[in-house]
Design a protein around this ligand. Sequence first.
Ligand code: GRF
Length: 197
Amino acid sequence: MRLAMVKLGILGSGKGSNFASLLAGISSGQIQATVEIVMSDNPHAGILDLARRADIRAEVIHEPRFKTRLSEDVESLVAKTLKSAHVELLVLAGYMRMVKKPLLEAFPRRMINIHPSLLPQFPGLEAWKQALESGASETGCTVHYVDDGMDTGELIAQERVPILPDDTAASLHARIQEAEHRLLPRVVADICQALAS
Ligand code: GRF
């Protein structure tokens, strides 16, 4: 039996390698979903180019007032746009702003984020640098539900990544990203399966 496809929406601010891992998961049949829309607060983000090249609707979020969040009217518009695209699961794939009430209320327990550490360790920016500077011997990545805190939502799944003696911030981040590209598609596949059944 073929399962119903879950409609995904993606928010991202950067190059979009996690989004690319979701596209690969969809192409291979691992994830039973379609990506309906990609939105970015960064007009130059690679994630928008990736979406356009895949013939997926790509929209820029214009936020002139704040850097770390969206103003309420802009976030309401984003929520409305995602809803009108019939998004059922919203994936934050490298989205660099805090999420507030309009999105939280529009996607209760339907919004997940990928973070480059083993939360609750090292929330916030450049978590791989925080891990390296702490002297820890391992870190990793986490997929979690989004709430109104900074990387505080309920944990869904994690993958561990070793920190090697000669690691730089760049080499460690690259190793964490390899893990992200395994973990995120796996979690999205599981959630889509649960939503469709
Ligand atoms: C990832 O490391 C993710 O964990 C963090 O931002 C980065 C996004 O990378 N939140 P990409 O745009 O998916 O390549």
